[in-house]
Write a protein that binds this ligand. Structure first.
Ligand SMILES: CC(C)(COP(=O)(O)OP(=O)(O)OC[C@H]1O[C@@H](n2cnc3c(N)ncnc32)[C@H](O)[C@@H]1OP(=O)(O)O)[C@@H](O)C(=O)NCCC(=O)NCCS
Length: 213
């Protein structure tokens, strides 16, 4: 069985997301051609067009760029407990779980939700990676499987490890500048389709030559 045959047949839609079974979604915005894998939890989140996450991804307070690729079992924007206080247990803010006369703490929840993580277009987050709140990944960045990303990642940089550090850039600086200037991720659906064979067959520099980047 090939990898393609192992996947259920999927056709995405310009009209909105494909949500697989068992997902928990809250306060999230989806553009077209997006997909959320089975059992994912997605909270306070914007998925720009063509972005997807695989099974059991757990994503909070994040803006996901167009064409972002998020592997299974990833955790993006894991929130902190109030660890500067005498107690850090969630009874401090999920107080209604424990007492009838105590409300949850809206100020704490609002402060957590404001710490946004930003994923650039066509970034790729490997299996099981963790990305801290308020980190920004540049366009085309790669996060290796199992990495814990604590700092911003430059466009087209590959990072790995815990804490994640740069392994290498995907391309020479001039190529990166040209890819950023080309910004193919903003092309419309028909233009992407017309360039599909070139995307598949040409290395980045040849693609840039042909498409005037
Ligand atoms: C980051 C990645 C793209 C690098 O690919 P690559 O360049 O072919 O990797 P290599 O095997 O040549 O390794 C290059 C170096 O990075 C290190 N490295 C690779 N993956 C690593 C990882 N996940 N964590 C830590 N170090 C890693 C290697 O040990 C090697 O180090 P060395 O030069 O000191 O020996 C790839 O390893 C990866 O993590 N891909 C994600 C796969 C995935 O999660 N897929 C999910 C489905 S989409």
């Amino acid at each position: 069985m090939t990898d393609a045959e192992a996947q259920p047949k999927t056709r995405l839609s310009a009209e909105g997301p494909l949500i697989h079974p068992g997902c928990m979604l809250h306060a999230s915005i989806f553009e077209g051609w997006t997909e959320v894998g089975e059992g994912a939890r997605v909270v306070n989140f914007t998925f720009h067009a063509y972005a997807y996450c695989d099974r059991m991804a757990d994503i909070a307070n994040t803006t996901v760029g167009r064409f972002a690729n998020i592997a299974a079992m990833t955790r993006i924007g894991p929130t902190d407990h109030p660890f500067t206080h005498a107690a850090q247990h969630h009874f401090l803010y999920r107080s209604s779980y424990y007492w009838e006369d105590a409300a949850d703490d809206p100020v704490f929840f609002a402060a957590r939700a404001a710490r946004r993580t930003v994923l650039g277009p066509d970034c790729w987050i490997g299996h099981g990676a963790v990305i801290k709140p308020e980190v920004t990944l540049g366009a085309g960045a790669i996060v290796a499987s199992g990495a814990v990303v604590t700092r911003d990642v430059a466009p087209f940089m590959i990072v790995a490890g815990c804490p994640a550090t740069p392994l290498r850039a995907r391309f020479a600086p001039g190529v990166i500048d040209r890819l950023l200037a080309l910004g193919w991720w903003d092309w419309d659906h028909a233009r992407l389709r017309a360039a599909l064979t070139d995307f598949r067959t040409l290395p980045a520099e040849a693609f840039l030559e042909k498409h005037h980047g």
